[in-house]
Write a protein that binds this ligand. Structure first.
Ligand SMILES: Cc1cc2nc3c(=O)[nH]c(=O)nc-3n(C[C@H](O)[C@H](O)[C@H](O)COP(=O)(O)OP(=O)(O)OC[C@H]3O[C@@H](n4cnc5c(N)ncnc54)[C@H](O)[C@@H]3O)c2cc1C
Length: 278
């Protein structure tokens, strides 16, 4: 909408419309969109050991864990390390299961195991409909001519998760392959697990795969050129006075929650722009 964009790709960015050509050509604006993508399997726990979801907000009680994280980046606060992360449902004292509390897959000892793809290969375009609204991007394990690397990796990871949890006789799948939600899929077959992760969500109101994570970025990246944003000045190439200071300048996906990185970008950008403004 700014008039800055990849000249020649107007038809892709405004599909079905007759857009005016971009006034300023920058081939790396509006392209390269990324996000994380997630799949879940929900479990029942029938074992003897009482379990309790880890309460990340209990800073006093978790003093030792916080300290371990600050000192060496270890423990439950090091998210996306090999730790178990369980969620509480808002306004409830039971751990989070799949779907609503009165749904078929929810029980007091149910929990969801999430597999989050932190470094997906898929990249997309920002495209706008006739009303100027951003259209849903095709970046969540898309079927592409280049291959299905994201889907392959997700299927393998969900398969491995299922195999790992199968070693615990107290755990049974409440929502996922082999459960009432997907009774014909065999949890011990990689092909069937692949079908699970690519099947359309939701089933019985449960969204379980190709989940958007809202960690977008990459649509006006720092680059040595041509196109993109000049790392020295943060000025969008093709313009003289448009600086980019947000997640869109991140050239490679952040393999974690991105807000810390974005705050660091903003802090550094403040220095760069203050020097420019004098
Ligand atoms: C539901 C949800 C949950 C998330 N959870 C997490 C999380 O747990 N951890 C994490 O790290 N990240 C999380 N994220 C991602 C994180 O919020 C974003 O990555 C981050 O906010 C992006 O920062 P930004 O500065 O690039 O853009 P934004 O935070 O989107 O800021 C853009 C700003 O520009 C303003 N703006 C837009 N157009 C104009 C205009 N024309 N003129 C003036 N102002 C304008 C907008 O109002 C907005 O304030 C989540 C995102 C969502 C949507």
């Amino acid at each position: 909408m700014s008039g800055v964009g990849p000249k020649g790709r107007e038809g892709e960015i405004f599909p079905g419309q007759s857009p005016a050509p971009f006034t300023i050509d920058n081939q790396r604006v509006g392209v390269g969109l990324f996000d994380h993508v997630m799949t879940l399997v929900a479990y029942n726990y029938d074992g003897q050991i009482p379990y309790q979801a880890y309460n990340y907000g209990n800073y006093e009680g978790n003093e030792a864990d916080l300290q371990a994280y600050l000192e060496s980046g270890r423990g439950p606060y090091a998210q996306y390390q090999p730790v178990s992360i369980l969620n509480y449902r808002y306004n409830s004292d039971v751990p989070n299961g799949a779907g609503p509390s009165d749904g078929p897959y929810y029980g007091p000892r149910t929990f969801s195991a999430f597999v989050l793809l932190l470094n997906p290969k898929a990249r997309g375009l920002i495209t706008l409909d006739e009303n100027g609204n951003v259209r849903f991007p095709n970046i969540y394990m898309p079927d592409t001519p280049e291959g299905n690397a994201d889907t392959d990796l997700m299927a393998q990871a969900v398969f491995d998760l299922i195999q790992l949890f199968e070693e615990d006789p107290g755990l049974s799948i409440a929502f996922g392959p082999g459960s009432p939600s997907h009774p014909t899929l065999n949890p011990n077959s990689l092909a069937d697990v692949r079908e699970y992760v690519t099947s359309p969500s939701p089933v019985d109101g449960v969204y379980y795969s190709r989940l958007i994570i809202n960690h977008w970025g990459g649509t006006a990246v720092l680059s040595d050129g041509p196109g993109g944003v000049d790392p020295e000045t943060l000025i969008l190439r093709g313009t003289e006075n448009v600086a980019v200071v947000d997640a869109s300048l991140i050239p490679t996906i952040v393999p974690a929650h991105p807000v810390g990185t974005i705050m660091a970008v903003a802090d550094r950008a403040g220095d760069i722009l203050a020097a420019r403004i004098g």
